[in-house]
Design a protein around this ligand. Structure first.
Ligand SMILES: C[S@@+](CC[C@H](N)C(=O)[O-])C[C@H]1O[C@@H](n2cnc3c(N)ncnc32)[C@H](O)[C@@H]1O
Length: 260
């Protein structure tokens, strides 16, 4: 569990700074600037990440009829959180958020403003214990019906490939056929030199170390699932809403897989 210390930069708050948020301190802003200097496109990368979250939840709720979401590695609330996008389209949607970070926990109240027809819950829980997350989420979600499991910009904190595959495998094993895994992951093989310098600067200072993966490494995390077209692509290229948005730089792989 990371230290709750405002004098040490913190990954969730640095991410908030990159997004243009206000939930960050001087140390986070300093590291934010140091990393932007190494990879200026990180600012576009995090924005395309949030835009992908909104597009993929829209796809699941509107086109695939999903009404339950399990969003692990939620982050500090910002615009268009999963429940807001899902409940705008289907007010009866039920959402469980999970994060292991005390900083996120202090902001969790904003994630619990559900529509009266739906439900929102927050778990203080660790992705490395998927069975515990599934058991606790079952108080809010019905796992005999499809669930959209969201792992948005969180698998980079699981360094070992086998561990990462075991986690996605276990999570989906607990979900009904017709469930989905929605994932984004920082890319090792896009803007590689700049990204590796940015990650070096980040890992020098934060408690939660980041591991990037290449395209094949991310595809392997969808093992056993049917990839929804266009498959695993750079986040702006996944079902883009405009040519301009599609052209955005972003060192981020993104995809949605369906459990057969
Ligand atoms: C980069 S933020 C992403 C936030 C949000 N999903 C988004 O994409 O905008 C990563 C989040 O994952 C959380 N996280 C990191 N390791 C975790 C773990 N082992 N279990 C649960 N959450 C974790 C962090 O606390 C942080 O809030």
């Amino acid at each position: 569990m990371p230290e709750f210390d405002n004098n040490v930069p913190h990954i969730a708050r640095v991410y908030d700074y990159w997004l243009g948020g206000k939930d960050n301190f001087e140390v986070d802003r300093e590291l934010g600037e140091k990393t932007i200097e190494a990879y200026p496109n990180i600012v576009f990368t995090v924005r395309t990440n949030r835009a992908f979250l909104a597009r993929s939840v829209t796809y699941l709720a509107r086109d695939a009829g999903v009404r339950q979401f399990l969003d692990i590695g939620t982050g500090i609330p910002t615009a268009n959180n999963t429940h807001e996008v899902a409940q705008r389209l289907a007010p009866e949607s039920r959402i469980v958020y999970a994060d292991n970070d005390p900083v996120v926990l202090t902001h969790a109240q904003a994630l619990l403003r559900s529509t009266p027809e739906g439900a929102c819950a927050y778990l203080d829980a660790d992705l490395r214990e998927p069975d515990q997350i599934l058991a606790a989420a079952a108080e809010t979600l019905d796992f005999s019906k499809p669930v959209g499991v969201m792992l948005i910009a969180v698998m980079q904190f699981i360094a070992d490939d086998d561990d990462a595959r075991a986690i996605t495998g276990q999570l989906l094993a607990g979900c009904a056929p017709g469930s989905f895994l929605t994932m984004t992951h920082p890319a090792r093989d896009v803007d590689a030199g700049q990204v590796s310098e940015m990650v070096r600067r980040l890992n020098e200072s934060v408690a939660e170390k980041v591991t990037t993966r290449d395209h094949d490494g991310v595809v392997r995390l969808f093992d056993g699932l049917e990839l929804v077209p266009p498959g695993v692509v750079r986040a702006p290229q996944w079902r883009p809403e405009s040519e301009l948005a599609e052209a955005s730089p972003a060192a981020l792989w993104a995809g949605v897989g369906r459990k057969p």
